[in-house]
Write a protein that binds this ligand. Structure first.
Ligand code: DGL
Length: 331
């Protein structure tokens, strides 16, 4: 099971840490340390669960996902690309903290091919907690990664018996095991260790990577709108050398007049500005003011995923707001 023969059909497991590898030292203690259990020990637990899928584990890091960023993304991107090109590899599972799982999932979703399953999985309770969800989520992830029908759906995120597409998924609860939600689609499938149901056909069959991956991407800031927000927030971001700004706006991507004017000035200086919303659900569509100011509407992407997409566009040489809008509109 663990460290199966690399020439025989197998699934690669890339471990990065998070609560799924976390330990509290007591079944009822609230605080715990994420990223404590090594992948070999973790996979060793699966034998007792009767999981017979051949898995090959690699430890990339053992950290909380609050500390995951471009350097680790570059390693994961390379390893995932190599694994997908390997005929013996049927799919990839990445164990990950839930805090930034949405960003890693979306970045890989846009930069690796969709022809084999790539599944990100985490947990909300450490491994030694009463009612720990880690092994169940992992068993579910194996079930998904082992299913040929998981291909052509981009990167998938598996939590609490649900399968989310990376485009839709976001963390929506700080503590509950049912921590993820999907918008505009809800879950795209339901999984347990013994069952798997897809809610529709694959939508990205045969698709290659959408954008080239770069470890070093242009700086993009998120500005979170609040009542009374002064316009100097925009100046501060520009002084910091940002190449793009994602507004996490009120409601339908709105902000105080002074901020909107300052953002329109930033566009004139060549900065790309995306209007998204600080509200959890709902589209942010183009409005007449966007044409005048040169803003981009984030559509269904929340601020964290909109920031990743804007970085990818800039890194891939897409700097015209109208072209960038086309890319946001097709997510
Ligand atoms: N610090 C968090 C992280 O690794 C732990 C939360 C989790 O894994 O759910 O993202």
């Amino acid at each position: 099971m663990n460290n199966a023969d690399i020439r025989s059909p197998h699934i690669k497991v890339f471990a990065t840490g998070g609560t799924i590898a976390g330990v509290a030292g007591s079944a009822t203690r609230r605080d715990y340390r994420p990223g404590q259990i090594g992948i070999d020990d973790f996979l060793g637990e699966l034998a007792a669960m009767g999981i017979e899928t051949a898995l090959i584990g690699s430890q990339f890091a053992n950290i909380g996902s609050e500390d995951i960023g471009p350097a680790l993304w570059a390693q994961l991107h390379q390893a995932t690309t190599d694994a997908l090109a390997d005929d013996a590899c049927r799919g990839v599972i990445i164990t990950h903290g839930t805090d930034t799982a949405e960003e890693t999932a979306f970045l890989l979703d846009q930069t690796v091919s969709a022809d084999k399953p790539v599944v990100i999985v985490g947990a909300m309770r450490p491994a030694d907690a009463v009612g720990s969800d880690g092994l169940r989520n992992f068993a579910n992830a194996v079930r998904v990664a082992d299913d040929p029908d998981a291909a052509g759906r981009g990167v998938l995120l598996v939590m609490s018996d649900r399968i989310f597409a990376a485009r839709d998924a976001r963390k929506a609860h700080t503590e509950m095991t049912d921590a993820f939600k999907g918008f505009p689609r809800g879950p795209v499938g339901h999984v347990t260790p013994t069952s798997l149901e897809w809610f529709g056909p694959a939508w990205r069959a045969g698709e290659g990577a959408r954008y080239r991956f770069f470890e070093d991407m242009p700086k993009v800031s998120i500005l979170y709108a609040y009542a009374g927000m002064p316009a100097d927030n925009v100046a501060d971001a520009l002084d910091g050398g940002t190449a793009g700004i994602v507004l996490a706006g009120f409601g339908h991507g709105n902000a105080p007049r002074g901020i909107r004017d300052a953002l329109a000035d930033a566009v004139k200086q060549g900065v790309l500005v995306v209007r998204s919303s600080r509200v959890d659900e709902g589209l942010v569509d183009r409005e007449p003011e966007d044409d005048d100011a040169g803003f981009i509407a984030a559509r269904a992407l929340g601020p964290a995923r909109a920031r990743i997409l804007l970085q990818l566009l800039l890194a891939n040489g897409i700097t015209d707001p109208a072209r960038a809008q086309e890319e946001f509109s097709r997510r």
